[in-house]
Design a protein around this ligand. Structure first.
Ligand SMILES: [Zn+2]
Length: 152
């Protein structure tokens, strides 16, 4: 059987992700956790969006803007990370709203929110980011397919 074209496979995994995670579904995760964390007042101040320009970062929180960005390419490869990533980044936004921009990103207050939500307090994950790095220079050797990628 012929190997599926990698670009086509990527396109399909993103289409599947967007189907499984329509905006209402993502907002449900956000609302549920804001409620859990007694931070419903933030709902109107925070926004989220897909950012197809993200490469090896699976998600990030723009703290000053109150924006949660999600990487459709990487989440298409790792759809099981969707909720943990939303919760992880949302917790950053809640911590910033409560304690300001100087609060440690993965400090005790942030960890407490993650534990309360039943999620890992680790800031690292094993993700396949093969082919997502910007080709800036020639590679000396082949990269291993899976390596540790830090969340922001
Ligand atoms: Zn983080």
């Amino acid at each position: 059987m012929a190997e599926q074209n990698p670009l086509e496979r990527e396109r399909r995994s993103i289409a599947t992700l967007l189907q499984a995670w329509p905006p209402g579904q993502i907002e449900e995760v956000i609302q549920r956790h804001l409620q859990l964390w007694q931070a419903q007042d933030l709902a109107s101040k925070l926004r989220w969006c897909w950012n197809p320009r993200l490469r090896t970062t699976i998600g990030r929180a723009l703290l000053e803007e109150g924006v949660l960005e999600l990487n459709p390419l990487l989440l298409g490869r790792h759809p099981e990370e969707m909720e943990p990533v939303v919760v992880h980044e949302l917790a950053h936004l809640v911590i910033t709203a409560r304690y300001g921009l100087s609060a440690p990103p993965h400090g005790e207050a942030w960890k407490a929110l993650m534990r309360q939500a039943g999620h890992s307090t680790k800031a690292t994950h094993n993700l396949n980011v093969d082919g997502l790095r910007r080709p800036k220079r020639r590679r000396r050797r082949r990269r291993t397919r899976v390596f540790l990628r830090r969340w922001r």
